[in-house]
Design a binder for this molecule. Structure first.
Ligand code: GLN
Length: 493
């Protein structure tokens, strides 16, 4: 029999329903995997006791004939989702001891559907980064780094900010994970670890109880090893929530019904502006190959133009820090989180924020405060908002000519831990293919398509119309089938 940790979520649900194994068996296998994969630093907080308890309850529900959509499935939860009674850190010293008194809507929905929590996983501090290395805790290691001991080999990043999510799923420690994506944090980690990640349309999932980074860009999404698994998770996570005024009250379709449908006649757009200077030739070749696979499956490939693409990164790095500086103002040492005493109130604020936030978070707060300050607001923030609208209009125009857009997901394969850390611009370039759709509020999915010559996975991104995740899943499942990516990292638990 296949190892329980090698099953997909959909296979596991079948096995559970057929009583081939129990939720307790499945959970125990993943708890052992968590133990075996400890050195990957995927988890900030492991919760095996909660997992065992949830698994037992799941078996009881199934025996009573009222199992939920994800009953008994062990998941990893990004440590940006508040979990009631379980420490939630945002990978920041500021929240090192923070225990929420409430549950985020997305995790509530997942647990309500019966899923099991293995623990809270690592990320870049407050989700700011593309490598996982801005975490206050030891950085997660990409299981594609090679066999243990990783300290002797070259350690690779698992992407960011959802670094623990990508690591735990790629290493077969969790069957799926939650992620959040403000500028690419689900899709870029998925790309460099060879898994699937979807950021749905802004407003699809409730942001309630997710620690805020940039509120007009943040979205939750699912990360798993197959398109089908990402679909079944998202179906549960999505939906209107009166506690989030930006969540949208439209029905959530059954995404599983979109899988395996024909792509005959589907128009796939390739944006000419995405062929950026100095593009990695292997990424370019795989992009063209992916387009050919979709064409062979019956789709029509058309060239499209997104003329304002070159402004996307500069606009993102004004808007995201601006919103972050405002959201992070609440960490003042008074109400919750870290407090470093000072000689007066101002000194306490300054000492607390200096000690509590890492370098990258402080850099964002400084940039954000600057672009929002009197005199600069119009020159930077307001102008960025205007260009953001132009970027969105580009997509609206493009979707008159095509149904989905195909692009690379990240500019290269996984890089070494510590690389790019001292060069914020090189790090920010990691998001060049992903930030545009956060600015436009559109859904995007990344899936593994091939290996580079260095043996590391490369992913492709499909972008869809607002609230049309269904077409994305259809196109992604066609590409998944054609690409037949079955490679596993050298380390799996
Ligand atoms: N890497 C981007 C940033 O640092 C995106 C992060 C994210 O999507 N949370 O802002």
């Amino acid at each position: 029999m296949t190892k329980l940790t090698d099953l997909t979520i959909l296979e596991a649900l079948e096995g559970l329903n057929a009583k081939t194994f129990s939720a307790v068996d499945l959970t125990d296998a993943h708890i052992s995997a968590m133990e075996k994969g400890k050195n990957l630093n995927a988890f900030i907080t492991e919760t095996p006791d909660i997992a065992r308890k949830q698994a037992k309850e799941s078996d009881a529900r199934r025996a009573a004939g009222n199992a939920g959509a994800l009953d008994g499935i062990p998941l990893a939860i990004k440590d940006l989702f508040c979990t009631k009674g379980v420490r939630t850190t945002a990978a920041s010293r500021m929240l090192d001891t923070f225990v929420p008194t409430y549950e985020s809507t997305v995790t509530q929905k997942l647990f309500g559907a019966g899923s099991v929590m293995l623990g809270k996983v690592n990320l870049d501090e407050f989700a700011m980064g593309s490598s996982g290395t801005t975490s206050y805790y030891p950085a997660a290691i990409n299981p594609w780094s090679g066999p243990e001991p990783w300290n002797a080999a070259r350690k690779l990043v698992p992407g960011g900010s959802s670094s623990g999510s990508s690591t735990s799923v790629a290493a077969h420690i969790a069957m799926g994970a939650t992620g959040t994506d403000t500028g690419g944090s689900i899709r870029q980690p998925a790309s460099v670890t060879g898994i699937v990640g979807i950021k749905p349309t802004y407003g699809r999932c409730s942001r309630w109880g997710i620690i805020a980074f940039a509120s007009s860009l943040d979205q939750a999404g699912s990360m798993a090893r197959t398109v089908g698994d990402a679909a079944v998770m998202l179906r549960t996570m999505a939906g209107y929530d009166e506690k989030d005024s930006t969540s949208v009250n439209t029905p959530v379709p059954d995404y599983l019904a979109s899988l395996g449908k024909s792509v005959k006649g589907l128009k796939v757009g390739l944006p000419k502006e995405y062929r950026i200077d100095g593009m990695n030739p292997e990424v370019d070749a795989l992009w063209q190959k992916s387009a050919a696979m979709l064409r062979d499956a019956g789709a029509e490939v058309v060239e499209i133009s997104l003329p304002h693409t070159k402004y996307a990164l500069p606009v993102y790095y004004i808007i995201a820090p601006a919103e972050a500086s405002s959201n992070l103002a609440r960490y003042d040492g008074v109400r919750f989180g870290l407090r470093i005493p000072g000689k007066d109130l101002n000194d306490m604020y300054a000492s607390t924020r200096f000690a509590g936030f890492g370098k990258e978070v402080r850099r964002r707060i400084l940039i954000g405060t600057y672009v929002l300050s009197a005199g600069y607001y119009d020159a930077y923030y307001r102008k960025a908002q205007r260009v953001r609208r132009l970027i969105r209009n580009d997509f609206l125009e493009a979707f008159k000519k095509c149904d989905v857009i195909l692009t690379p997901a990240s500019p290269g394969t996984a890089f070494g831990i510590g690389e790019k850390t001292d060069d914020p611009l090189a790090m920010y370039l990691e998001d060049v293919f992903t930030v545009t759709l956060n600015l436009a509020g559109l859904p995007g999915i990344c899936l593994p398509v091939g290996l580079a010559q260095n043996g590391l996975p490369m992913g492709m991104q499909l972008i869809g119309r607002a609230f049309d995740e269904e077409t994305l899943f259809t196109a992604a499942s066609a590409l998944e089938k054609a690409a037949a990516f079955t490679h596993k990292p050298p380390f799996t638990a």
